[in-house]
Each structure stands twice: as structure tokens, then as C-alpha cells.
Design a protein around this ligand. Structure first.
Ligand SMILES: O=C(O)CCC(=O)C(=O)O
Length: 342
């Protein structure tokens, strides 16, 4: 076991067996079949808001398989390093661009979760940050840089389609139309921030008594989550039940985050999710979290506010989020709740 803080709690916080519903046919978007050309994606992307709970996989995304498998491999190798080597990256300061830690929020969690993590700021990636990334295993940095570039591109494609579905940029079906304003909208996403979180859930002797991560939603616009192919763990809440998100080969789970819910004035809903652990093998996942530049204000787009749809959320930014999670134990969607206008 990699981290020194671990003991299994006497009972899981939600003291009951999880309700598990496994989807045999997950909702997914194939980027191969012109789904990103406006209307088809519009149907797909609005569907979750109406009746699916806002979750899906992305398959056929075009990212080479070896980039994904290298990413999982270097992540696993990092967590297999001696504790003293990993401990070099430990910090209680949430602002550190590279941070190794345990649990969900080790400064505040009353009961620790069965998880170790490494967080890396990937965009902007200034020259002074990269030398602080782990240099072991030897191909760690190159694998993470390749993965982060590819996931950033995929995120931008998905965001463009989501903006089309919200009527905020023109659809790619009408190439002859003037799309100058669209470039300004898209630019803020291109310049946006990206954080990579590599998670390791070691085998747990009493998996029914703990969680890898408690129920939470992510702060950003979208999270692209890569799961290793060997074991399941991620569950998403759908109609009050926990749905197991099976690891599909070469896929990403796309989780809608709080910032997209706020920006879309509630048309997209952020996804509550949690992670179960198991007793037989460690599980690796790699979450790539994307939002606007760190110093930007996130607010409901004025284009989506009118008499019928009044503004539903307050302004927010990344530093208020960090302040919030530094000052209290994060629970479920409590940060998002704090941004809601009553
Ligand atoms: O490990 C997983 O499957 C999910 C990780 C996650 O929820 C996160 O990093 O925010």
C-alpha cells in the first residue's frame, strides 16, 4: 500500500449497501460519424438534460491507443515508487502546480478515502513548471504532455459542439456564414486551464467500508476521464441510483462540471459521481479537468438569460473554489449549491 495514512473506517459514511445499476448500452458519442456537425450532437447533448442525467462516454475520438496506454502505465509506475520518492511532491497548499496526496481533501476529510493522487497543472504549462514534474519513471513527463495535448484538443471539439447546442456559436454545417464572434467565444476555451489528476486506488481489505472518492461533482466545464481497462469503480448518480461506468476500452467518460452548469444557466447539469474500491487489484484513472483561464470569472452566459430563464447562479472563479474547499469538507455538490441564486 502506497500511502502512510490508511486505515479502513469502521463503517462507510452512507451506512448502506450501494444501489448499483449497470448500463448495458451506455450513452456514447462517436466522433467518427459526423456527430460533431451540429444537429446530431445537439440531439445527443440535450438528451441528457431532459432524461439521461448528463453523462456519456466518448469513443472513436481519434487519440492513438498508445498515448492512452502510456499514460496509464506511467501513472501506475509513479504510484509504485517508494513512498519517499512520491513524498517529494506532497503539499497541503492547494495552489501548488504539482501535488501528491491522499484521500479526497486530506486537510479536511474527517474519514480518509482509499485513494492516492497526483495533480499536475497542464495548461498553461510554463517552462518553469515542467522541471518540477516527477522525473521518474523516465518517460513520465513526455507521456503526460502527449496525453494532456490530446485531451485538450478533444475537449475543445466537445465544447464547440456543446456551444452549438446552446446556440452560442454557428453550426459547422453552414460554412458560408460569418463566424467572427464565434472565434472570440472559442478563444476563451482555447486559453482555458487544464488540470490532470492521476488517481490510484490500492486494493482494500474491506472495500465495503470505504470509498475511493466520496460523491462529488467536478468544478470545471468538462472532465475527460480515462479508466484503466482492468477494474471498475466509477459510479455516476442517475435518478437517485448509482450507475457503474464500466471501463470501455479506448473510451473517455465525459463528466459535466459545475462551471458548465453555471455557464449554461442550468441547461447542462453537473454530474454527481463517486468511486468504489475493490480487494483484489489497484485501479488507475486519469482525469483531465478543463475550464476557463484560472483568473476568469465564470457566470451564466447573458445569451442564455431572459424573462423565461432568469439568471440562476452567482458569478464564481477558481480561487473562490479553492478557498471553499480549503475551508470546509467538500460534500456532494455543496460548492455549486453555494453559487445558486435562491
Ligand atoms: O477514478 C475515477 O474513476 C473518478 C475520479 C474522479 O472522480 C476525479 O478525479 O474527480
Amino acid at each position: 500500500m502506497s500511502c502512510r495514512f490508511r486505515t479502513v473506517p469502521e463503517q462507510r459514511e452512507e451506512n448502506r449497501a450501494p444501489q448499483i445499476l449497470t448500463l448495458s448500452c451506455p450513452s456514447s458519442i462517436s466522433l467518427n460519424c459526423k456527430v460533431l456537425k451540429g444537429p446530431e450532437f445537439l440531439n445527443y447533448s440535450m438528451k441528457p438534460v431532459k432524461n439521461m442525467g448528463s453523462f456519456r462516454y466518448v469513443i472513436n475520438h481519434g487519440i492513438p491507443h498508445d498515448i492512452l496506454s502510456n499514460m496509464v502505465d506511467v501513472g501506475r509506475q509513479f504510484f509504485e515508487l517508494p513512498f519517499e520518492e512520491k513524498a517529494k511532491y506532497m503539499s497541503a497548499d492547494m495552489h501548488e502546480p504539482v501535488r501528491y496526496g491522499t484521500s479526497f481533501n486530506q486537510n479536511k476529510d474527517g474519514v480518509f478515502c482509499w485513494r492516492d493522487f497526483l495533480k499536475l497543472m497542464c495548461h498553461p504549462l510554463s517552462d518553469d513548471v515542467l522541471p518540477h514534474w516527477p522525473s521518474s519513471p523516465p518517460d513520465f513527463r513526455s507521456a503526460v504532455v502527449s496525453h494532456s495535448r490530446q485531451t485538450k484538443n478533444l475537449y475543445l471539439k466537445l465544447m464547440k459542439a456543446i456551444l452549438e447546442s446552446l446556440g452560442m456559436v454557428g453550426t459547422t454545417d453552414h460554412e458560408d456564414e460569418d463566424h467572427d464572434d464565434d472565434d472570440d467565444v472559442l478563444k476563451q476555451f482555447e486559453d482555458g486551464s487544464q488540470l490532470m489528476v492521476i488517481n490510484c486506488y490500492p486494493p482494500c481489505p474491506e472495500p465495503d467500508l470505504t470509498l475511493g472518492m466520496p460523491p462529488h461533482s467536478d468544478y470545471g466545464f468538462l472532465t475527460l476521464l480515462l479508466q484503466d481497462n482492468t477494474s471498475q469503480g466509477l459510479q455516476i448518480q442517475y435518478e437517485g441510483k448509482w450507475v457503474m461506468m464500466e471501463p470501455l476500452p479506448n473510451s473517455f467518460v465525459v463528466n459535466i462540471g459545475d462551471h458548465l452548469e453555471i455557464f449554461s444557466n442550468g441547461r447542462y447539469k453537473s454530474v454527481l459521481h463517486r468511486v468504489l474500491v475493490n480487494s483484489s487489484r489497484s485501479r488507475i484513472s486519469v482525469a483531465s479537468l478543463h475550464t476557463l483561464p484560472f483568473d476568469s470569472t465564470v457566470r451564466p452566459s447573458p445569451k442564455l438569460i431572459n424573462e423565461e430563464n432568469p439568471r440562476r447562479y452567482k458569478d464564481t472563479d477558481f480561487s473562490s473554489f479553492l478557498e471553499y474547499i480549503s475551508s470546509c469538507e467538500p460534500k456532494k455538490k455543496n460548492f455549486l449549491e453555494s453559487r445558486k441564486l435562491t
